[in-house]
Design a protein around this ligand. Sequence first.
Ligand code: 13P
Length: 389
Amino acid sequence: MSSVKLRAPSSQWIVGGRPLSRSVALRSEIRRVAATIRAGSYTEELVQTAKSISSPGRGILAIDESNATCGKRLASIGLDNTETNRQAYRQLLLTTPGLGEYISGAILFEETLYQATTDGKKFVDCLRGENIVPGIKVDKGLVPLPGSNNESWCQGLDGLASRCAEYYKQGARFAKWRTVVSIPCGPSNLAVKEAAWGLARYAAIAQDNGLVPIVEPEILLDGDHTIERTLEVAEFVWAQVFDYLTQNNVVLEGILLKPSMVTPGAEHKEKASPETIAEYTLKLLKRRVPPAVPGIMFLSGGQSEVEATLNLNAMNQSPNPWHVSFSYARALQNTVLKTWQGLPDNVEAAQKALLIRAKANSMAQLGLYTSEGENEEAKKGMFQKGYTY
Ligand code: 13P
């Protein structure tokens, strides 16, 4: 006999098709594990959204840099961090003709979600026109975690439900929450538990308001540890994330994951090949991620554009239970920014550069990429110690 828990706050249980009070249900369930499902009003839509973002040969363009981080990007090409410059840069990216062939979702920062092109077309409509799902970063960034080993925790749960409802009205259909785990800092049990619990609470709230949550515990590249150590930490982190996701009755068919690839620390003496990274990363995923999850959308984490693409390609050499794809920020934007230089005359060339990267990652999603003909710039790593987003 299976039992189904209806959505809170009704706290009613259906056991063998009959509604029972909680205490009776619990007594009759002794020695049996209750299989719980959440029957939220958005469930079908969430599953559909997650499926469409996970469509073959496509992945996510992450351009959800906070204003401070976007400022650093603009500074790298000598531009001031003004709203006009941020809008111009995002317009270049979001109006790239043909982008939807390779990109299924775009993660925006709040400012961008409400912005329009200089001709007055809302960015969300530009995306919809290309069959790209608009998404929104909803976390409020990292702050020090008292009682830990110099680690951080991610803020943003207060008021999250009403913000998600507003973002949905504005056209967003998925959300992102990025928290980090640092291997050189331990990680401490406290930091991992806090990261996993925060992600699970956020995921439940996002789903309740119609947004597919991207679950992103970024295990930072910082450190000189081995690839085995990264695997060990990643297994520990993901075990807790899925434990808390299920405790919070999150519908796994309606989420997306954004893991880091399993690599040695950035300061480790030896680099790993794409084949080794794929072997370790797939081992992690197979051990920890149920096949109910539709899509795994990797972050690039400071890898070079070409490295991130080669690693993704190596993971798609044989069929996987989930769509294995990308949700890159730096590994999609680096050459674009350098090509643009803030000059209107360079917009077309910069959009072409974006299409080249998007297509390369699309091929990698299909396992068909080769790095032949890639330029030297795209091979330069972008790792920075203590990187924030
Ligand atoms: P990177 O691909 O630059 O690591 O971006 C991470 C991220 O969380 C973007 O949403």
